[in-house]
Design a protein around this ligand. Sequence first.
Ligand code: ADP
Ligand code: MG
Length: 312
Amino acid sequence: MGTTFNVTVVEPPAALDREATAAGVATALGEVDRRMSTYRADSDVSRFNRAAPGAWFAVSAGTVEVVAKALEVHALSDGAFDITVGPLVDLWGFGAGSREAARVPGEQELAAAAARIGSKELAVRFDEPALIKYAPREIDLSAIAKGYGVDRAALWLQGQGITDYLVEVGGEVRTAGRNPERHAWRIGIEAPVLQRGAAIAAVAVSGKSVATSGDYRNYFEVDGKRYSHTIDPATARPITHGLASVTVIADDCMSADAFATAIDVLGPERGLALAERLGLPVYLVVRSGEGFEARHSSAFEPYVEDDSGGSR
Ligand code: ADP
Ligand code: MG
């Protein structure tokens, strides 16, 4: 997945030492990477991407689980979340298949790539796990597989009888039980300095997952314009609105990861409207003039644990 992981286990079982725990988690994450990476020619994803349309293509049950969730979030987000954006991601220079450095593609290239986008042409099958595309499509699970990896690692820890832990992969987090101080786990939200409103230092999230999507880490600039690695399928272009980051809380990290990207694409207004409609806890950092402004959905309210003075 091209990233690092961290695991904290409180009072591990006697039989499980540090190395065995790290190895178990690494195996769980490695399996997700092996199946879902676009950087591996032999992954489920790469093989499905090379396959011809119109026939069921056997993949692992895990890959079906992730694609099924991706299709669900695609429908709920009005198409904002779309794992078929691969050709556009490559064209804009952010994908495994990108040959050239980041640049602004021409209209014709964009139109040609856009014609190969759209999750409506995909379907999944759970018994005899398989995927099918009804038209030429390539899938890219980068916006959801990290979260799924966190879930797989967490399930492995639970299988070892571990009840108090925190798993983090590339910034996406899942927690259970208590932290080493015997308190609820608290997650800091990485936010640019806020000019207006109080910065939220941490949210209390024991038993929950937290994922963040944002344009302040992975982007390029041409002529002072910022191009995010998140693509709006409706325009075939990187998102351009004023969202600096989106943080989503959910029971499972796969959902949190996918919805963070979906809301990032939708932007502050439509994104918050979706969060309200689904009762999803969401925290947004919005660019505002020279500074930033924080907003959150109603369902986020119980998680706010403001220790910077004055709550909002
Ligand atoms: P990060 O956590 O690094 O911000 P995300 O979870 O937002 O990453 O995923 C970004 C990646 O997802 C992109 O690099 C691209 O491969 C893919 N992607 C870009 N746009 C979309 C989209 N609209 N829907 C689904 N996946 C996308
Ligand atoms: Mg994501």
